[in-house]
Design a protein around this ligand. Structure first.
Ligand code: PGA
Length: 258
């Protein structure tokens, strides 16, 4: 089995203008430069993608991701962005199924499934977010929820395309709350997610899929989480907004990958 390269992604959500994105890239470049031991992904708002794409061409410190996309290639969909537009800007990754999209914008497993299918056929690598609410955890429904989100999200996707997926386990009660899952809780969920992937693949791919943890990852807790055998990276929100703190998380990932 090839070792899973850790993937550390910065999800800026609705923060940073294109100018701020440019200074961010400059600062991250001076903080960490190019790292080869792990993969770094910057996921800005759409408006900052062109500026960041240009900055990353000069200093290739990270790959580029988008926070959302539409499943159609073009057409009358006011306010939407297509895979073709993202690919034209050298975007590699796209976050799909984020809990904020599910909760605040009504995205269902079916919509997420359409997006995952479209992303894969356009050559974009989906970062598929799954995770339970606190009520679901308290009522011992974590496995049921994760299983449903994965099975429905990946419905109809050929398992030889699974190698292009990243899964992000993001328990809702840990997102933006300062409350992190313990390394043991996260590890347990990751093992379960890997077993669900194994159960729906025709290829022995589950051991190769990278599963990130997301939810209040910060410099102080990154290393401990990333040391867990099934935690293959982090999807970082709040703590990724400052390039210095994101750089510290990158350094932790490099340290555990040595
Ligand atoms: P957080 O967000 O790091 O601010 O908790 C993570 C996410 O929503 O991806």
């Amino acid at each position: 089995m090839a070792a899973r390269k850790k993937i550390i992604a910065a999800n800026w959500k609705m923060n940073h203008t294109h100018r701020e994105a440019k200074s961010y890239a400059d600062l991250l470049w001076t903080e960490v430069g190019v790292v080869n031991e792990i993969e770094v992904v910057l996921i800005p708002p759409f408006t900052a993608i062109p500026a960041l794409a240009e900055a990353l061409q000069k200093n290739p410190i990270a790959r580029l991701g988008a926070q959302n996309m539409h499943w159609e290639k073009c057409g009358a969909f006011t306010g939407e962005i297509s895979t073709t537009m993202l690919r034209a800007l050298n975007v590699n990754y796209v976050v799909l199924g984020h809990s904020e999209r599910r909760r605040l914008f009504g995205e269902t497993d079916e919509i997420i499934n359409r997006k995952i299918t479209a992303a894969l056929s356009a050559g974009l690598r989906p970062i598929v977010c799954v995770g339970e609410t606190l009520a679901e955890r308290d009522s011992k429904r974590v496995e049921e929820v994760l299983k449903r989100q994965i099975q429905e999200g990946l419905n109809g996707v050929n398992s030889n395309q699974f190698q292009d997926l990243v899964i992000a386990y993001e328990p809702l009660w840990a997102i933006g709350t300062g409350r992190t899952a313990t390394p043991e809780q996260a590890q347990e969920a990751h093992v379960f997610i890997r077993s669900v992937i194994a159960s729906i693949s025709e290829h022995p791919i589950a051991a190769e899929i990278r599963i990130q943890y997301g939810g209040s990852v910060k410099p102080e807790n990154a290393e401990e989480l990333l040391r867990q055998p099934d935690i293959d990276g982090a999807l970082v929100g709040g703590a990724s907004l400052d390039p210095r703190s994101f750089a510290q998380i990158i350094r932790s990932a490099v340290a555990v990958s040595a």
